[in-house]
Design a protein around this ligand. Structure first.
Ligand code: HXC
Length: 259
């Protein structure tokens, strides 16, 4: 598929989505958000893709939504923009396969919100992460007000959003905003290796697992446990469950087929 602002590549069972608008630090306009959504559709439909890595390349993840595009927006056009942005990031969050953000440099505003929609975040030592929207007279509108408090707690999320301050990778790791900090030159390879390990697991179990976690987080404990039980029991209809347990008993590595 042809993308204007993304590079979509596949290596083994891992697909790599690279934001590619370097002149404006990968600023996310509506076309970029739309393309991110389409890249997720592509990854969802492809049985040969078991995990996805989203990166902005070696210098910058993304410096936020496109301020030039938003500067002249009115409430109606910005409502539509918010719908496009949230819709794309919902597709990232709900892709039934692991999605890892590989963050070098700035991940600000909508860029940070894109990373928050991913399952796991790997950051380089000099990454700078923040939600500076308050300094523009707005606030995060691509999921940040909802996903960040769920990830790091309301108080830390409010501190970040109320001040608009950027934090470095070490602080982001300390508060649980990123999973792991690695040397700048090793961000992508670390993310790809992790994705490749996850890609070897049973794809149906992985999809059900992600569904149980995400849907459970969106509801109360009793309903979440119910979702868990339903997803869990469904797996006993798969060949992968039989293979996984048989392989354990035969003391060999399982060969999962994703069915
Ligand atoms: C449009 C942007 C941009 C952005 C950078 N650029 N960020 N263009 N939207 N978010 C452009 C600059 O205008 C400049 O273009 C070029 O990229 C290089 O940026 P510089 O500012 O010259 O680089 P530098 O001095 O290194 O500063 C980097 C920076 C700064 C600290 C990241 O660019 C910055 O503060 N950017 C804005 C960050 C931000 O406020 N993000 C939140 C956006 S609101 P020219 O043509 O001058 O070379 C948001 C809302 C999401 O994300 C809600 C969606 C629904």
């Amino acid at each position: 598929m042809d993308f204007k602002f993304l590079i979509y590549e596949k290596e083994g069972y891992v697909s790599r989505v690279t934001l590619n608008r370097p002149k404006v630090l990968n600023a996310l306009n509506s076309e970029v958000f739309d393309e991110i959504g389409r890249a997720m559709d592509l990854a969802a439909a492809d049985d040969g893709v078991h995990a996805v890595v989203i990166t902005g390349g070696e210098k910058v993840f993304a410096a936020g939504a496109d301020i030039a595009e938003m500067a002249t927006a009115d409430p109606v056009s910005v409502y539509k923009f918010g719908e496009t942005a949230q819709g794309a990031l919902n597709k990232v969050e709900n892709l039934p396969k692991p999605v890892i953000a590989a963050i070098n440099g700035y991940a600000l505003g909508g860029g940070c919100e894109l990373a928050l929609a991913c399952d796991i975040r790997i950051a380089g030592e000099s990454a700078k992460i923040g939600l500076p929207e308050i300094n523009l007279g707005i606030f995060p509108g691509a999921g940040g007000t909802q996903r960040l408090p769920r990830l790091v707690g309301a108080a830390r999320a409010k501190e970040l959003m109320f001040t608009g301050d950027m934090i470095d990778a070490a602080r982001a790791e300390k508060i649980g905003l990123v999973n792991q900090v690695v040397p700048d030159g090793e961000v992508l390879s670390t993310a790809v290796k992790l994705a490749a390990r996850m890609a070897q697991k049973g794809a149906v179990a992985m999809a059900m697992l992600k569904t149980a976690i995400n849907q459970g987080l969106a509801t109360d404990l009793a309903s979440g446990l119910n979702i868990e039980r339903q997803c869990f029991s469904l797996l006993f209809a798969t060949e992968d469950q039989k293979e996984g347990m048989q392989a354990f008993m035969e003391k060999r590595k399982p060969e999962f087929k994703g069915r």
